[in-house]
Design a protein around this ligand. Structure first.
Ligand code: SAM
Length: 269
Protein backbone atom coordinates (compact mmCIF):
# COMPACT_ATOMS: atom_id res chain seq x y z
CA UNK A 1 0.00 0.00 0.00
CA UNK A 2 1.10 3.58 -0.51
CA UNK A 3 0.21 5.52 2.62
CA UNK A 4 2.89 7.75 4.12
CA UNK A 5 1.32 7.26 7.57
CA UNK A 6 2.29 3.57 7.54
CA UNK A 7 5.46 3.60 9.64
CA UNK A 8 6.57 0.07 10.39
CA UNK A 9 9.47 1.26 12.54
CA UNK A 10 7.00 2.42 15.16
CA UNK A 11 4.55 0.27 17.16
CA UNK A 12 0.87 0.82 16.32
CA UNK A 13 -1.97 -0.13 18.69
CA UNK A 14 -3.90 -2.16 16.08
CA UNK A 15 -0.87 -4.22 15.10
CA UNK A 16 0.32 -4.73 18.67
CA UNK A 17 -3.18 -5.92 19.60
CA UNK A 18 -3.12 -8.24 16.59
CA UNK A 19 0.20 -9.66 17.84
CA UNK A 20 -1.24 -10.36 21.31
CA UNK A 21 -4.28 -11.99 19.69
CA UNK A 22 -1.97 -14.32 17.76
CA UNK A 23 -2.53 -12.62 14.36
CA UNK A 24 -0.04 -12.14 11.53
CA UNK A 25 -0.60 -8.47 10.65
CA UNK A 26 2.20 -7.02 12.77
CA UNK A 27 5.81 -5.93 12.41
CA UNK A 28 8.97 -6.19 14.54
CA UNK A 29 8.30 -2.83 16.26
CA UNK A 30 4.81 -3.99 17.28
CA UNK A 31 6.13 -7.29 18.62
CA UNK A 32 8.91 -5.55 20.53
CA UNK A 33 6.42 -3.18 22.14
CA UNK A 34 4.02 -6.08 22.82
CA UNK A 35 6.77 -8.13 24.49
CA UNK A 36 7.87 -5.18 26.64
CA UNK A 37 4.30 -4.75 27.92
CA UNK A 38 3.97 -8.52 28.47
CA UNK A 39 7.10 -8.45 30.66
CA UNK A 40 5.29 -6.01 32.95
CA UNK A 41 1.83 -7.54 32.61
CA UNK A 42 2.14 -11.26 31.77
CA UNK A 43 -1.67 -11.68 31.56
CA UNK A 44 -1.93 -9.31 28.57
CA UNK A 45 -3.07 -12.09 26.21
CA UNK A 46 -5.85 -13.09 28.61
CA UNK A 47 -6.87 -9.44 28.77
CA UNK A 48 -7.13 -8.96 25.00
CA UNK A 49 -8.94 -12.26 24.46
CA UNK A 50 -11.48 -11.35 27.16
CA UNK A 51 -11.92 -7.89 25.63
CA UNK A 52 -12.67 -9.45 22.27
CA UNK A 53 -15.16 -11.86 23.89
CA UNK A 54 -16.86 -8.89 25.58
CA UNK A 55 -17.25 -7.22 22.17
CA UNK A 56 -18.92 -10.36 20.78
CA UNK A 57 -21.29 -10.71 23.75
CA UNK A 58 -22.21 -7.01 23.72
CA UNK A 59 -23.05 -7.04 20.00
CA UNK A 60 -25.02 -10.26 20.47
CA UNK A 61 -26.94 -8.77 23.40
CA UNK A 62 -27.88 -5.66 21.42
CA UNK A 63 -28.70 -7.51 18.19
CA UNK A 64 -30.97 -9.92 20.04
CA UNK A 65 -32.84 -6.89 21.41
CA UNK A 66 -33.40 -5.26 18.05
CA UNK A 67 -30.36 -3.02 17.54
CA UNK A 68 -29.63 -2.85 13.82
CA UNK A 69 -27.08 -0.03 13.53
CA UNK A 70 -23.51 0.02 14.86
CA UNK A 71 -20.85 2.72 14.77
CA UNK A 72 -17.64 0.89 15.70
CA UNK A 73 -14.84 3.39 16.33
CA UNK A 74 -11.37 1.93 16.86
CA UNK A 75 -12.22 -1.16 14.84
CA UNK A 76 -8.84 -2.86 14.84
CA UNK A 77 -7.49 -5.24 12.23
CA UNK A 78 -10.02 -7.78 11.02
CA UNK A 79 -10.05 -10.90 13.19
CA UNK A 80 -12.58 -13.53 14.21
CA UNK A 81 -16.11 -12.28 14.89
CA UNK A 82 -15.88 -8.73 13.59
CA UNK A 83 -18.86 -6.60 14.64
CA UNK A 84 -20.76 -7.00 11.35
CA UNK A 85 -20.31 -10.77 11.37
CA UNK A 86 -21.76 -11.09 14.88
CA UNK A 87 -24.62 -8.65 14.21
CA UNK A 88 -25.54 -9.95 10.76
CA UNK A 89 -25.55 -13.58 11.94
CA UNK A 90 -28.48 -12.56 14.14
CA UNK A 91 -30.01 -9.88 11.89
CA UNK A 92 -28.71 -9.88 8.28
CA UNK A 93 -30.14 -6.40 7.69
CA UNK A 94 -27.76 -4.83 10.26
CA UNK A 95 -25.73 -1.81 9.15
CA UNK A 96 -22.24 -1.18 10.47
CA UNK A 97 -19.86 1.73 10.03
CA UNK A 98 -16.28 1.02 11.03
CA UNK A 99 -13.87 3.86 11.89
CA UNK A 100 -10.13 3.61 12.52
CA UNK A 101 -7.17 5.94 12.05
CA UNK A 102 -4.57 3.26 11.33
CA UNK A 103 -3.52 3.04 7.66
CA UNK A 104 -2.96 -0.70 7.95
CA UNK A 105 -6.53 -1.21 9.14
CA UNK A 106 -7.62 0.81 6.10
CA UNK A 107 -5.64 -1.49 3.83
CA UNK A 108 -7.42 -4.51 5.34
CA UNK A 109 -10.84 -2.88 5.24
CA UNK A 110 -12.02 -5.16 2.44
CA UNK A 111 -12.39 -7.94 5.03
CA UNK A 112 -14.69 -5.66 7.02
CA UNK A 113 -16.88 -4.88 4.06
CA UNK A 114 -18.23 -8.35 3.46
CA UNK A 115 -21.80 -7.47 4.28
CA UNK A 116 -24.83 -9.63 3.82
CA UNK A 117 -26.89 -8.47 0.80
CA UNK A 118 -29.65 -7.29 3.16
CA UNK A 119 -27.33 -5.22 5.36
CA UNK A 120 -24.49 -2.85 4.74
CA UNK A 121 -20.97 -2.17 6.03
CA UNK A 122 -18.77 0.86 5.44
CA UNK A 123 -15.32 1.94 6.55
CA UNK A 124 -14.13 5.45 7.42
CA UNK A 125 -10.46 6.31 7.67
CA UNK A 126 -10.92 8.87 10.46
CA UNK A 127 -9.89 9.80 13.97
CA UNK A 128 -11.98 9.55 17.12
CA UNK A 129 -10.48 12.89 18.19
CA UNK A 130 -12.32 14.51 15.27
CA UNK A 131 -15.89 13.36 15.96
CA UNK A 132 -17.40 16.12 13.80
CA UNK A 133 -15.54 14.75 10.78
CA UNK A 134 -16.87 11.25 11.48
CA UNK A 135 -20.46 12.47 11.83
CA UNK A 136 -20.35 14.64 8.71
CA UNK A 137 -18.94 11.91 6.48
CA UNK A 138 -21.34 11.20 3.60
CA UNK A 139 -20.51 7.48 3.77
CA UNK A 140 -21.66 7.37 7.38
CA UNK A 141 -24.82 9.29 6.49
CA UNK A 142 -25.54 6.94 3.60
CA UNK A 143 -25.09 3.86 5.78
CA UNK A 144 -26.65 4.77 9.12
CA UNK A 145 -29.96 6.51 9.77
CA UNK A 146 -29.15 8.80 12.69
CA UNK A 147 -32.84 9.33 13.44
CA UNK A 148 -32.89 5.67 14.58
CA UNK A 149 -30.96 4.12 17.51
CA UNK A 150 -27.28 3.35 16.97
CA UNK A 151 -24.84 1.40 19.14
CA UNK A 152 -21.71 3.51 19.53
CA UNK A 153 -18.87 1.07 20.14
CA UNK A 154 -15.72 2.38 21.79
CA UNK A 155 -14.15 -0.95 22.62
CA UNK A 156 -10.58 -0.73 23.83
CA UNK A 157 -9.90 2.57 22.06
CA UNK A 158 -10.37 5.45 24.52
CA UNK A 159 -7.15 4.59 26.37
CA UNK A 160 -5.37 5.77 23.22
CA UNK A 161 -7.01 9.17 23.62
CA UNK A 162 -5.09 10.19 26.70
CA UNK A 163 -6.22 13.82 26.94
CA UNK A 164 -9.38 13.77 29.10
CA UNK A 165 -10.88 16.88 27.56
CA UNK A 166 -10.49 15.54 24.03
CA UNK A 167 -11.74 12.07 25.02
CA UNK A 168 -14.87 13.42 26.74
CA UNK A 169 -15.62 15.84 23.94
CA UNK A 170 -15.38 12.99 21.42
CA UNK A 171 -17.75 10.72 23.35
CA UNK A 172 -20.24 13.54 24.02
CA UNK A 173 -20.24 14.78 20.43
CA UNK A 174 -20.92 11.30 19.08
CA UNK A 175 -23.62 10.52 21.67
CA UNK A 176 -25.30 13.89 21.16
CA UNK A 177 -25.77 13.05 17.48
CA UNK A 178 -27.62 9.82 18.31
CA UNK A 179 -31.28 9.53 19.32
CA UNK A 180 -32.69 8.20 22.60
CA UNK A 181 -32.56 4.41 22.65
CA UNK A 182 -28.99 4.43 21.35
CA UNK A 183 -26.28 2.64 23.32
CA UNK A 184 -22.69 3.19 24.35
CA UNK A 185 -20.55 0.03 24.39
CA UNK A 186 -17.31 0.78 26.17
CA UNK A 187 -14.26 -1.10 27.37
CA UNK A 188 -11.13 0.53 28.70
CA UNK A 189 -7.84 -0.59 30.25
CA UNK A 190 -7.44 0.14 33.95
CA UNK A 191 -4.58 0.18 36.41
CA UNK A 192 -6.96 -0.28 39.35
CA UNK A 193 -5.52 -3.72 40.11
CA UNK A 194 -1.97 -3.24 38.92
CA UNK A 195 1.09 -2.80 41.14
CA UNK A 196 2.63 0.67 40.73
CA UNK A 197 5.89 -0.72 39.35
CA UNK A 198 4.02 -2.57 36.55
CA UNK A 199 2.10 0.62 35.70
CA UNK A 200 5.38 2.54 35.54
CA UNK A 201 7.00 -0.29 33.52
CA UNK A 202 4.18 -0.19 30.95
CA UNK A 203 4.43 3.60 30.73
CA UNK A 204 8.18 3.24 30.13
CA UNK A 205 7.58 0.58 27.46
CA UNK A 206 5.05 2.84 25.74
CA UNK A 207 7.42 5.78 25.86
CA UNK A 208 10.25 3.67 24.45
CA UNK A 209 8.08 2.37 21.60
CA UNK A 210 6.19 5.67 21.13
CA UNK A 211 2.67 4.41 21.84
CA UNK A 212 0.34 7.04 23.30
CA UNK A 213 -1.60 5.05 25.93
CA UNK A 214 -3.05 5.84 29.34
CA UNK A 215 -4.93 3.79 31.92
CA UNK A 216 -8.03 5.22 33.61
CA UNK A 217 -9.64 4.31 36.91
CA UNK A 218 -13.14 2.86 37.24
CA UNK A 219 -14.43 6.28 38.27
CA UNK A 220 -12.84 7.98 35.27
CA UNK A 221 -14.24 5.35 32.92
CA UNK A 222 -17.72 5.58 34.49
CA UNK A 223 -17.71 9.32 33.72
CA UNK A 224 -17.93 8.56 29.99
CA UNK A 225 -21.41 7.14 30.64
CA UNK A 226 -22.69 10.10 32.69
CA UNK A 227 -26.37 10.71 31.94
CA UNK A 228 -26.85 7.25 30.42
CA UNK A 229 -28.67 4.24 31.93
CA UNK A 230 -26.30 1.39 32.71
CA UNK A 231 -27.39 -2.06 31.57
CA UNK A 232 -27.03 -4.78 34.23
CA UNK A 233 -24.56 -5.84 35.59
CA UNK A 234 -23.19 -2.29 35.35
CA UNK A 235 -19.48 -1.61 35.27
CA UNK A 236 -17.59 -4.88 35.62
CA UNK A 237 -14.45 -6.46 34.24
CA UNK A 238 -14.67 -7.45 30.59
CA UNK A 239 -14.76 -11.14 31.53
CA UNK A 240 -17.60 -10.61 34.01
CA UNK A 241 -20.03 -8.88 31.62
CA UNK A 242 -22.88 -11.36 31.00
CA UNK A 243 -20.81 -14.54 30.54
CA UNK A 244 -22.61 -17.17 28.51
CA UNK A 245 -23.92 -20.39 30.04
CA UNK A 246 -21.13 -22.95 30.04
CA UNK A 247 -18.34 -20.35 29.97
CA UNK A 248 -15.37 -21.04 32.23
CA UNK A 249 -15.29 -18.97 35.41
CA UNK A 250 -14.02 -15.48 34.52
CA UNK A 251 -10.32 -14.80 35.04
CA UNK A 252 -9.39 -12.55 37.95
CA UNK A 253 -9.86 -8.81 37.49
CA UNK A 254 -6.11 -8.45 37.90
CA UNK A 255 -5.67 -10.51 34.72
CA UNK A 256 -8.17 -8.66 32.51
CA UNK A 257 -7.24 -5.15 33.71
CA UNK A 258 -10.22 -3.67 31.92
CA UNK A 259 -13.59 -2.23 32.88
CA UNK A 260 -16.51 -2.35 30.52
CA UNK A 261 -20.10 -1.18 30.35
CA UNK A 262 -23.16 -0.98 28.17
CA UNK A 263 -25.39 2.02 28.66
CA UNK A 264 -28.55 3.34 27.01
CA UNK A 265 -29.30 6.91 26.09
CA UNK A 266 -32.56 7.83 27.82
CA UNK A 267 -35.25 10.12 26.44
CA UNK A 268 -34.31 12.94 28.78
CA UNK A 269 -30.50 12.84 28.48
C1 SAM B 1 -6.83 -2.33 20.86
S1 SAM B 1 -7.52 -2.07 19.27
C2 SAM B 1 -9.22 -2.48 19.58
C3 SAM B 1 -9.91 -3.14 18.42
C4 SAM B 1 -11.36 -3.56 18.67
N1 SAM B 1 -12.20 -2.42 19.00
C5 SAM B 1 -11.43 -4.55 19.80
O1 SAM B 1 -11.72 -4.17 20.92
O2 SAM B 1 -11.17 -5.73 19.55
C6 SAM B 1 -7.61 -0.29 19.22
C7 SAM B 1 -7.91 0.28 17.84
O3 SAM B 1 -8.21 1.66 17.99
C8 SAM B 1 -7.57 2.36 16.93
N2 SAM B 1 -7.36 3.75 17.38
C9 SAM B 1 -6.50 4.21 18.31
N3 SAM B 1 -6.62 5.54 18.44
C10 SAM B 1 -7.59 5.94 17.56
C11 SAM B 1 -8.16 7.19 17.21
N4 SAM B 1 -7.75 8.32 17.81
N5 SAM B 1 -9.11 7.22 16.25
C12 SAM B 1 -9.52 6.07 15.64
N6 SAM B 1 -9.02 4.85 15.93
C13 SAM B 1 -8.05 4.78 16.87
C14 SAM B 1 -6.29 1.61 16.68
O4 SAM B 1 -5.77 1.87 15.39
C15 SAM B 1 -6.75 0.19 16.87
O5 SAM B 1 -7.19 -0.36 15.66
Amino acid sequence: MNDSRLDITRAHPARRYDYWLGGKDNFAADRESGDLVAEQFPAIRTAVVENRKFLRRAVTYLSERGMRQFLDVGTGLPTADNTHEVAQRIAPESRIVYVDNDPLVLSHARALLTSTPQGRTAYLDADLRDPGVILADPVLRATLDLSQPVALMLVSVLHFVTDDTIAHRAVRTLLDALPAGSYLVLSHATNDFMPADAVEGIAAADRATRVDFGFRTREQIAAFADGLQLVEPGIVSTAEWRPEPGDDPPPAREDTAGWCLLARKPHTA
